[in-house]
Design a protein around this ligand. Structure first.
Ligand code: DC
Length: 209
């Protein structure tokens, strides 16, 4: 059985949805690294301080039920707004932020039996992971899923706007200088455009075993 699983891919590919299910089925811990970049962004937005100053004095904790804590305060919901999504992609360009979060992520993965998702897990954070997945889907399909999710929660949503925001985040995450979104050479490419969640989960479980 593979003890450390890395899942990377663009925004909205289904990484967190499938990683959570795989973690539950294997009895592994799921680590959402995007939530950590989001917490940094929230603190920058709320405090008005520089990214450098915030990074020097911040405590981020993820609990096993998926709750996110910023300096002891639960921010699980606050970090999911479009403003924080954009902010997370912005702070993720900074070397100081990446260094700090990468160290934290490696500590969290040290005991094994983890599935960690993000953008640079297979390439930078856990290059020795036992299994690496690069999960992607067409931008139309990713926008469609995000749109359906928002509609279900009764939030106002505009499909073209969502597609634009996803494309912008993809571009920014793939073109940044430090640890850009990229498929590790030894990662298995999974295109979920025409797959169900269960099909993706089944394929990852097969590869893990
Ligand atoms: O996975 P997510 O959408 O919650 O991530 C939010 C942003 O954080 C994403 O646009 C880029 C950044 N990120 C990153 O640079 N590296 C990671 N390992 C995870 C997220």
């Amino acid at each position: 059985m593979k003890k450390i699983i890395a899942v990377d891919g663009p925004a909205g590919a289904g990484k967190s949805t499938v990683s959570k299910i795989v973690a539950a089925r294997l009895g592994y811990t799921y680590i959402d690294t995007g939530a950590m970049y989001r917490a940094v962004a929230l603190k920058v937005l709320e405090s008005g301080k520089s990214v450098e100053a915030v990074t020097q004095d911040i405590e981020i904790k993820l609990d096993t039920s998926g709750k996110v804590f910023l300096d002891g305060r639960e921010v699980t919901k606050e970090i999911r707004t479009p403003e924080v999504s954009r902010g997370a992609s912005d702070v993720a360009k900074f070397g100081v932020v990446r260094k700090k979060l990468t160290e934290l992520q490696r500590e969290m993965a040290a005991q094994g039996s983890v599935i960690m998702d993000g953008r640079d897990i297979g390439t930078q954070v856990l290059p020795n992971a036992d299994l690496k997945i690069f999960l992607t889907a067409s931008v139309e399909e990713r926008a469609r899923r995000r749109f359906a999710e928002l509609k279900e929660k009764n939030f106002a949503a505009d499909f073209e706007q969502i597609k634009k925001e996803i494309s912008l985040r993809d571009k920014q995450d793939s073109e940044r200088e430090i640890a850009p979104l990229a498929k590790a050479e030894d990662a298995v490419l999974l295109d979920s455009t025409s797959l169900t969640i269960e099909q993706v989960v089944a394929e990852i479980l097969r590869l893990a075993r």
